[in-house]
Design a protein around this ligand. Sequence first.
Ligand SMILES: Nc1nc2c(c(=O)[nH]1)N[C@H]1C(S)=C(S)[C@@H](COP(=O)(O)O)O[C@H]1N2
Ligand SMILES: [Mo]
Length: 518
Amino acid sequence: MAHVFRSGWRFMLSGIAAALVLLGTAEALSNFFAAASAPLVSIGGAFIDIIPPWVKDAAIALFGIYDKIALFATMFLVVLILAAGIGLLARKHRTAALLAVAVLGIGSSAVVISRAATTVADAVPTLVGTLAGALVLAWLARLAHRMTTTAPADAAPEAGTDRRRFLLGAAGSAALGVALLVAGRAASGIRGGVETIREAIRLPKPAAPAAPLPAGVASEVPGMPPFVSPNDNFYRIDTALSVPRVDPATWSLRIHGLVEREIEVSFDDLLAEDLVEADVTLTCVSNPVGGDLVGNARWLGVPVRRLLERAGVDPSADMVLSRSVDGFTAGTPIEALTDDRDSLLAVGMNGEPLPAQHGFPVRMVVPGLYGYVSATKWLSELKVTRYADDSAYWTDRGWSAKGPIKLASRVDVPRSFANVPSGVVMMGGTAWAQQRGISKVEVRIDDGPWEPADLAADAGIDVWRQWSYAWEDATPGRHSVTVRATDGDGTVQTSDRADPVPNGASGWHQIQFTVEEA
Ligand SMILES: Nc1nc2c(c(=O)[nH]1)N[C@H]1C(S)=C(S)[C@@H](COP(=O)(O)O)O[C@H]1N2
Ligand SMILES: [Mo]
């Protein structure tokens, strides 16, 4: 019995080593194909597209920006368990096990091909990987068999050789697979490909530069987030498990649908336009009260309005469905793209070409609307249409068709559950109501009266506004601070709590902190 158990482990190991070779080979080869040609990228992507929205919301709540890593780790674990099972199957039924590998490989290839950003050729990494994995499984299973059939007690020298052969083969295959995986991952992330192209781009100066930021837009309270969010840690939210690799030389944007004339523009066409610069604070509808899925940047681009005018929008249209190369879509009310706000086809972010993660080469930026209905990254298409005729990615998954950004405010300093020294307690935070601006922020200590906070300088209605407040006679002990803002129209932020689903969170942000004894 113990003997059978031991040999079972050998076959499970064979399966796992073969799976690592499969994944490693496919991952390494995927660098020569679309990013989604790596099987786990496509399978994960398909999974994200079909799971019920609440699962995704729960994952974001649980893992935040690490949701993608969590998904990859889970998929990897599932693959290893599956592989161990197939290895066990190979002990008695080698053909059945190889057939299972083939079915899984072909099935995965089909998923790869079905993705929006891939073509049939992108199945090559998965198919070659499957072949390599199957060969390794067949070989290791044969070695494992030889070990099992040679009784360990007698014929000792031969058994020793077989044992060594198997262990070397299994360990070597597993190591090779892991090495290919690591090298393949390291080589991807578009380094050397699109990243070199991106770095070589020189963006033209804006014909209409943004006004310089007024002095004093940043609150002086230590520990506040920067007023302009650096590109490197600007929040990132999207359904793309690997960042799409889009070459600006072959990129084009097609504008079609309810228009007088279809137009198609290249990246160079866009750069040749008079470019407009605008400070716009972007916000995710999934941002919880007090959350940080919000960022402020200076964008450079071509007004969407200008291209829509050229195409000639039919009066019956009420929506523009923007589409990404990876299949994501957003539905934006047509007036948000044709009125005089700074809705842009953005090519630049804080003085650089768009970072790959933020939509290189071209994305949409629309002041006043949550990202899911407006901020399409890796943009490829604008379809002028009607809400009655088309719906977008998140609308199909239970979120509202329209997503104006709700008035919001948060406490950034002190941090939740911080201990602060006694004396004057400095507090600071951020408020936003894009398209309306912020006219007032008030804070309340414990159950005390609402006190006006000091507003930092105003950088415009589409930009967040920082505030500060000095609590002069802070008493030692545990306290809470609550914040509420008033927008430029005089509307006071509601205390009604709403979850992010279906159209954005609301409610006052409150944090707890402790003032230390003097
Ligand atoms: N192609 C694509 N564009 C997308 C998304 C996406 O999943 N895919 N997510 C949208 C959402 S929900 C938000 S909040 C913003 C976030 O933009 P950022 O990652 O640059 O902050 O991008 C939008 N554009
Ligand atoms: Mo979002």
